[in-house]
Design a protein around this ligand. Structure first.
Ligand code: ADP
Length: 250
């Protein structure tokens, strides 16, 4: 009699998505930005209305939609920067929807890299120190932090700019430093909100190529209303009035 091996009869297990959300709703009360202090007659804006998506490692995803369609709100919720009014967000299978700000901050630190439109680099620090900064919180030694920052800055093509401060770098160079910084902790998820919004099209193309290559090792989710940025992504999710109206993988 032939013995069966465990793998012979097991259903194929789908890998856990890097990030997923289910029936996500986010409402804002006009004027307060808060869902906790509502008066009965304060107008409520439903920025997201039942969004469900799932994103795997290796995906380079573009969130498209006109201004006000909910792109930033969705990115903030996926990154754990904010919590939903209803619905759930899971990062690596862990539900982060109801966690305290402190618990979410720890998860962000360990698992999420964020790239902003306006770079958000510290102007008084060199490119190297900006990239090494997230590793201070992880308790890495200075030598190890600098080694990692050097490797990342070389990867983004800035090995000759490591000691430069942000103010002496071009916009494209600053965004590449910001991408290197976002990768410092080897996050499973990289979130980029209008990452090419301040860049000309040639510089944008280089930043987008870089983000595409970053997605080889994690999931990259980019929000933009710039067609060039969206064309660079492999999967597009279109939002309108807080709802997903098209998902190219859907
Ligand atoms: P997008 O990024 O696509 O421009 P947003 O997510 O910024 O869209 O906004 C979606 C909707 O939520 C818009 O109607 C916007 O005015 C509203 N909104 C966003 N943030 C707040 C806030 N803090 N307070 C009140 N309304 C907000």
């Amino acid at each position: 009699m032939t013995e069966s091996r465990p793998s012979d009869h097991q259903p194929s297990t789908r890998s856990i998505p890097v990030v997923a959300c289910d029936s996500l709703v986010r409402e804002y009360t006009r004027g307060t930005g808060s869902r906790f202090f509502r008066s009965a007659d304060a107008p409520v804006v439903r920025a997201l209305d039942g969004v469900s998506i799932s994103i795997d490692s290796g995906e380079f995803v573009g969130i498209a939609g006109p201004s006000g369609s909910g792109k930033s709100t969705l990115l903030h919720l996926l990154a754990g920067l904010d919590t939903p009014t209803e619905g759930t967000v899971t990062l690596g299978g862990d539900d982060i929807s109801d966690l305290s700000e402190r618990a979410r901050a720890r998860i962000r630190r360990d698992r999420v890299g964020i790239v902003f439109q306006r770079f958000h680099l510290l102007p008084s620090l060199s490119a190297l120190s900006n990239v090494a900064l997230p590793l201070v919180e992880l308790g890495w030694s200075k030598a190890r932090r600098h080694d990692r920052a050097e490797t990342l800055l070389s990867k983004v093509g800035l090995s000759d700019r490591m000691s430069h401060r942000p103010g002496t770098l071009s916009g494209g160079e600053q965004q590449r430093v910001a991408i290197a910084r976002a990768l410092a902790t080897e996050p499973a998820l990289v979130i980029a909100d209008e990452p090419t919004g301040e860049l000309d099209s040639k510089t944008s193309a280089r930043v987008l190529d870089l983000l595409e290559s970053v997605a080889d090792n994690c999931a990259v989710v980019l929000a933009s209303h710039d067609q060039q940025a969206l064309d660079a992504t492999e999967r597009r999710i279109q939002l309108q009035d807080g709802e997903v109206i098209h998902d190219s993988h859907g």
